[in-house]
Structures are given as structure tokens and as C-alpha cells.
Write a new protein. Structure first.
Length: 335
């Protein structure tokens, strides 16, 4: 997503100074509309606003993304010859070792790679928001820091790339209007508010937060639901209960909620901004685009989730009220 200023209202009125009047015949000057029409934001020689905020975003998200995926280097650091020379049984039907074979070899012979896996797992656990970890049945300490740190991790390279491009589209206008510190604080606050909203909704509204620890454990590990609930439950009710269980155990991650916050504020103070979506040779007004995104997420949250693994409710968490949970995905909810 790319942004370009196409209107005198791209930057807020309160932050700009009108150019000096030139001498003219007749009324001796121009009206306000003519003065504003000349304004096109910062000059071409000035650096684009928001550079420090973008560097701040990259300094938070890029190391987390690398560390949480560092275990993906394991297949490249263990050769098939090493596996064959070890006592780990290998399959001759496939040219590359399986995940189970790699894990067995690493545990037995490569403690250095085991450290990589530990780093990846620890980073993932501390930068993903999993609602079930906040349930009263959980005996572990509540990971309150993940309410904000979930915004620093991403589910894949494409997820990270699109979040970065969205962040880069909105930051310059907000930094120009309010400064770098306030823009960065707004992103962090929006991310934290969404994390708190997801946690509170699942903690108080998910039916699995009210069952006993034994029943919850049976559902998680043996896919066995409480007998008292099954007596009066039809097929639709069972599917709903399964969906709520997936919501509870899903890992929510991504910076989209904070970016939605920036986009909403930008649409208010810079209504004339136009955004170009990649591969589409047409500019969209920011208010039109934000309304379309809200409609897309509303449909994914309440009608059909499109099967994309997107945390639609996490996006809508910044559109008050109400606050709602995210849909579950097998590899985590991408916000």
C-alpha cells in the first residue's frame, strides 16, 4: 500500500503556514481556497516526515520476526549425510529428512541447534497473544506483556511486508501533524488497546473460561466436551463450542491493529489523502479505503471468515464499540 498526497487537505490545516501573498490588481490578494490549493505538503528537498518512527517500527518488529523464525535454519544446518551417519532411523522414500527426524537428531547430537529452537520458541511465546493463557484455570503466571508485544511479531514474510507498507503509508502525515513521538505512542497505544480488548472479551465472554480445569484439559487434549453440555447441545451448538475453543487457543499476532489506529486518525485529519493499492493503477480516498476495510473485517467477523486466518475482530477492536475476539487460525491470527 502506497500513499501520495493529492489534495490540499492531505496535511492538517493547523500545522501549515500560508504562503506570503503576492501583489495583485483588483482585490489585492487571493482568497483562502486559492492559497490552500498551492499547498502540497513538505517541499521536495525536505526529508519525508516520520523517518524515525519507521526506524522505530523496524527496530521492534524485524529482530522479533527473525528470532521467532530462526528455527527454520535447522534443515539447512543438518545434512542428509549427518543423519545417515547417526543412529536416527531415516526414510528412504523421501529425499529430505522429516521434521521428526530433524528434531530427534538435534536433541541427540546438536545442542547448538537446540538453543536456536529454544530461542525461537521463547520469542514466539512472548510475542503472541493467546487468550487461554489468561483464563482463570491457567496456573501459569499471566503474560500481561503480550498484550502489546503481540504487535511486534508476524506470521510470515508477506504478513510482515504488508504491515510495514501500511505503517509507512500513514506515518508521514501523522508525524508531520503531531510529531514523531506522538505518532509512535499512538501506534503502541492502539496495539495495547486491541490486545486488552481481545483478552478481556475472551476472558469474560468465552464459555470455556467458565468450565473447570479438568473439563478444559479434556477438551484440549482428548477433544472431549463436558457431558452436561453435550446432553442439551445440537450439532450447531457443538460447532460453536469448537469454534470458541479454537478462539481461546489461537495465537494473535501482528501490527495491523496499531496500523488501523493510525489509518483511522489519518482519515480524520487528512481526508484528501489518496492511497494506491499494489498492482491497481487507481488511487482510493483514505476514507473510502478505511470504510471498505471495516466492511471486509465486519463480514469476516460475523458472516464468514474467508478462510484467510485474519484476525478480523482484532482489527475491529479499534472501531468502538464493541470489542470482539479474533477468529482462530491454525498458525495464529494475523492482525
Amino acid at each position: 500500500m502506497f500513499a501520495r498526497a493529492r489534495s490540499p487537505k492531505t496535511y492538517p490545516e493547523s500545522t501549515r503556514e500560508a504562503p506570503p501573498l503576492r501583489e495583485e490588481h483588483g482585490d489585492g490578494g487571493r482568497n483562502e481556497g486559492e492559497k490552500e490549493a498551492e499547498f502540497e505538503g513538505p517541499g521536495s528537498d525536505d526529508p519525508e516526515p516520520g523517518g524515525p518512527v519507521i526506524l522505530f517500527f523496524l527496530s521492534l518488529t524485524l529482530p522479533v520476526f527473525i528470532l521467532s523464525n530462526i528455527n527454520l535454519l535447522t534443515p539447512f544446518l543438518v545434512s542428509a549425510r549427518e543423519l545417515e551417519s547417526s543412529s536416527i532411523p531415516t526414510s528412504t522414500s523421501t529425499s529430505s529428512p522429516t521434521k521428526e527426524q530433524l528434531n530427534a537428531y538435534v536433541r541427540a547430537y546438536r545442542p547448538d541447534l537446540l538453543r536456536l529452537q529454544h530461542i525461537s520458541q521463547t520469542t514466539w511465546a512472548n510475542t503472541t497473544l493467546t487468550p487461554i493463557r489468561f483464563f482463570p484455570q491457567s496456573a501459569d503466571p499471566k503474560p500481561w506483556h503480550t498484550i502489546i508485544t503481540h504487535a511486534f511479531n508476524h506470521a510470515g514474510a508477506m504478513h510482515f511486508f504488508f504491515c510495514f507498507m501500511g505503517f509507512k503509508a500513514f506515518v508521514p502525515s501523522l508525524s508531520f501533524a503531531y510529531g514523531d513521538r506522538r505518532t509512535a505512542a499512538t501506534f503502541l497505544l492502539g496495539s495495547a488497546m486491541t490486545g486488552a480488548a481481545i483478552t478481556a472479551w475472551e476472558r469474560w465472554m468465552n464459555p470455556w473460561s467458565k468450565v473447570s480445569g479438568q473439563d478444559l484439559n479434556a477438551a484440549l487434549h482428548h477433544h472431549r466436551f463436558p457431558a452436561s453440555a453435550m446432553i442439551t447441545m445440537d450439532e450447531d451448538g457443538r460447532k460453536r463450542l469448537e469454534r470458541k475453543l479454537r478462539d481461546a487457543v489461537s495465537a494473535n499476532l501482528g501490527s495491523s491493529a496499531g496500523i488501523f489506529t493510525l489509518g483511522t486518525i489519518t482519515a480524520i485529519i487528512c481526508p484528501g489523502m489518496e492511497l494506491n493499492l499494489m498492482f491497481i493503477p487507481y488511487g482510493f480516498r483514505i476514507r473510502t479505503l478505511m470504510a471498505a476495510l471495516v466492511a471486509f473485517d465486519f463480514g469476516g467477523a460475523f458472516i464468514w471468515d474467508y478462510g484467510l486466518g485474519i484476525g478480523h475482530m482484532g482489527h475491529l477492536g479499534m472501531v468502538p464499540p464493541p470489542f470482539h475476539p479474533s477468529r482462530a487460525a491454525s498458525n495464529g491470527n494475523r492482525e
